[in-house]
Every structure is written in structure tokens, then in C-alpha cells.
Design a protein around this ligand. Structure first.
Ligand SMILES: *Cc1c(COP(=O)(O)O)cnc(C)c1O
Length: 397
């Protein structure tokens, strides 16, 4: 176990739920029998195998019910990253060489990386422009489509700034031209309605550890009849589409987490929105020269992304951590790389602000006391860093 004694004496505050979430105790309880007793291989016909196959089948039903899919359209994978890769490469392989993909510059690295790879293999890849809120214009999607376009992939919610993308409109435009539409819904589930028929998408990605299930489990929803090749070859698991002995523990956790969300997400979301708005008001009122990113209305309830002028993001993150407040600077996936995040780049934040993106992502356990303490700590830390920042001292105007 990690050494927890270094935490803040008043308790740590976790505001990085878009990087990962805690495992819900009820999810842990659902998993436990599969850790301790039911260790069979679901492919086996004996009772050990069957009890695991049953757990897997129930999990698939729970996921399907949550996103409004049929069970045959739900495929378990090893992560959200794998689901994104499979959607892009699996469709590309089914369509044949040298076709065209359309995506946005603010996608998760899993989609962008897979598209870049297809580019290396001779596919044409178009990156749509986004506006200052990070919104993709559906009409820009229409203009980008050509006779050789095979797939459009636009995320439902941007994980860094929380902007909600007009995916339903984008999917409708795709279908007018017979083009498949994938959406990465990892940062959307639990915050807004995610229903595959309402969205009209052909493929949709979710990830377990972003919704209070374990890490190492993802789902790709594939609408019946969609032409897609398998991504992992080998055994006949997942109806021949994703080989490898199933992660029963992960899948059972994912299923339980989806069942819980189905009943609880609206209430959770309303509470997170209240707290996020409180955090935003507190910070904006108390700190000068700070900008809030993302769309004012079309933004998920749990994200506050700000850029703080005249200081450096890494120093800010580490100072907050010393005070026991865990946030993200840019996105977790780009941490340590030292580049400005692609999203921050794409929405055109001015250079004085670009270096200090801070993402607060609330969870369903976040409390009002935590928010109020975070506002105090943030004000102190920004003040301290600005006191020693020549940029701040020498600023004009
Ligand atoms: C976290 C995340 C992923 C990747 O999911 P993993 O299960 O961590 O691989 C993909 N897309 C978005 C938007 C994410 O936030």
C-alpha cells in the first residue's frame, strides 16, 4: 500500500476525477466473489466456467441497459484507449486502404494516435477546427466529408475543458453520406445522458475507471451491422471480435458501476454542478487575471478548467499537491511531456495564460467543505507564486 502519512494533516482533496475515479464500495462488493471464489474461465463448459460466463453476461446486460444498446452490441475491451484504437483501426481495415478519416484536434490521444497511425499507412486524415470553446461545428463536418470518407470520430465530452460536442447532429450528417460515426464518451458518462440511439452513433467508447469501476476494462459499443474488423486476434471470445480470456473481474465491476449510474447519475450530476459552480464563482471572484475555458452552457457538470495568468502550471500543481489538493495540469496523459495541451492549443488561449492550465474535475463524493477549502488554498498558492513571478511583477497595465 502507498504511504499515506505524507498527506495533508486535514485530509487530502481529490479533484482529478477525469484522470481516474475511486472504486465504488458496491462495485468492490460485486467483484469480490470473482476474486475469491469464482475464478473459472468463462469459455469452459464446466460449472467453474459457467458461473463466470453468467457474471460476464449479467455485466453485459447492465452496460447495455445503461447506454440503451442490445447485449450483442456491447464488447468488453482492455481500456478506453483500446476501444478508441479498435474503432478507428477496425473500421479502417474493414473499409480498405487509402480512405479518409475526419476527427477533431481535441480528441483523446487514443483517437488522435490511431488516426495519425492510419495517416502513416496512407489514409487521409482531416482535423476539424474548433472554436474558442472547443466546439466542433457540425457544418464543418459536412464540408469535410468526401466520397472516400469512411469514419468521423468526435468525442462527446472533452475530458480537459468539459465542452459537450454536438455529436447527435454530427452523426446525422455522417449518415446522410453513408459515413460511420464514432464517439469517445469516456468523459460524458455519469455527467450527461449517454444513449446510443438518441445520439445515433455507430460506435461509442467508455472506460471503467472513469466511472468508479476498476482500471483495465473498457467497452466498445458497435451498432449491429457495422462493418468492423477484430482488433485483437486469437480465441473466439467476445463473439470473435476481441480475443483473450475475458477480464471477468473488470467486466463485473463495469456492469455494476453502470447499473448504479443508471439509477443515480442525474442526482449526482446535479450535485456536482452546484459544487462546480461554487468553485468557479469562488475562484473567479478572488483571483485576478484568470480565464475559464470551455463552453459556458454546453459544458459538463464536473469540470472547471482555468488558465492562470503569469505563473507556471507545473509549479501550481505541485504547490496545490503540497497542500493536499490534487488537480490536473493539462491532461493526465500529457503530464510530464512539457508540451502545451493540444486542447489548450486548439482553443487559442493567449500565451500569458497558456502555461498554467489547471483542471479541477469533481466526483460524486466531492463535498462543499472540500470545495471551500480548495478555493482558499488556490487563492493562497496563486498569490504566493505570483509574489515570486517576474512576469507578474513586471506586467504592464
Ligand atoms: C481516460 C480517457 C480515455 C482512455 O481510457 P483508458 O481506460 O484510461 O485507456 C479515452 N478517452 C477519454 C476522453 C478519456 O478521458
Amino acid at each position: 500500500m502507498p504511504n499515506r502519512s505524507k498527506g495533508s494533516p486535514v485530509g487530502r482533496i481529490y479533484l482529478d476525477n477525469n484522470s481516474t475515479t475511486s472504486i465504488d464500495p458496491r462495485v468492490a462488493a460485486a467483484i469480490e466473489p470473482y476474486i475469491r471464489e469464482a475464478y473459472g474461465n468463462p469459455s469452459n463448459l464446466h460449472s467453474y466456467g459457467r458461473e463466470c460466463a453468467e457474471g460476464l453476461a449479467e455485466a453485459r446486460e447492465q452496460v447495455a441497459a445503461f447506454i440503451g444498446a442490445d447485449v450483442e452490441e456491447v464488447f468488453f475491451t482492455g481500456s478506453g484507449t483500446e476501444s478508441d484504437n479498435w474503432a478507428v483501426k477496425g473500421v479502417a481495415c474493414a473499409v480498405g486502404p487509402g480512405k479518409h478519416i475526419v476527427t477533431s484536434p481535441i480528441e483523446h490521444g487514443a483517437v488522435l494516435g490511431a488516426c495519425r497511425y492510419m495517416g502513416e499507412l496512407g489514409w487521409k486524415v482531416s482535423l476539424l477546427l474548433v472554436d474558442g470553446y472547443g466546439r466542433v461545428d457540425p457544418e464543418a463536418v459536412r464540408r469535410a466529408l468526401t466520397d472516400s470518407t469512411a469514419l468521423v470520430s468526435v468525442m462527446l465530452v472533452n475530458n480537459e475543458i468539459g465542452t459537450i460536442e454536438p455529436v447527435r447532429k454530427i452523426a446525422a450528417i455522417c449518415h446522410e453520406r453513408g459515413v460511420l460515426c464514432h464517439t469517445d464518451a469516456v468523459a460524458a458518462v455519469g455527467k450527461i445522458e449517454v444513449a446510443v440511439d438518441d445520439l445515433g452513433v455507430d460506435l461509442l467508447t467508455i472506460s471503467g475507471h472513469k466511472l468508479h469501476a476498476p482500471k483495465g476494462i473498457g467497452v466498445l459499443y458497435v451498432r449491429r451491422g457495422t462493418e468492423i474488423h477484430p482488433f485483437i486476434h486469437g480465441g473466439h471470445q467476445e463473439r470473435g471480435m476481441r480475443a483473450g480470456t475475458e477480464n471477468v473481474i473488470g467486466a463485473v465491476g463495469m456492469g455494476k458501476a453502470c447499473e448504479l449510474l443508471r439509477n443515480e447519475w442525474r442526482e449526482d450530476a446535479a450535485r456536482m454542478k452546484q459544487l462546480r459552480d461554487r468553485l468557479e464563482r469562488g475562484i473567479v471572484e478572488r483571483i485576478a487575471e484568470i480565464q475559464v475555458s470551455g463552453h459556458p452552457e454546453n459544458r459538463v457538470c464536473n469540470v472547471l478548467h482555468v488558465t492562470v495568468g503569469y505563473i507556471e502550471g507545473e509549479a501550481l500543481l505541485l504547490s496545490l499537491d503540497l497542500e493536499g489538493v490534487a488537480v490536473a495540469s493539462g491532461s493526465a496523459c500529457s503530464a510530464g511531456e512539457g508540451d502545451a495541451s493540444a486542447t489548450v492549443e486548439a482553443i487559442g488561449i493567449s500565451p500569458l495564460f497558456r502555461n498554467s492550465p489547471v483542471r479541477f474535475s469533481l466526483g460524486r463524493d466531492t463535498t462543499e467543505e472540500e470545495i471551500d477549502r480548495t478555493i482558499d488554498v488556490f487563492e493562497q498558492v496563486v498569490g504566493r507564486l505570483r509574489d515570486i513571478s517576474p512576469l507578474w511583477t513586471n506586467r504592464s497595465g
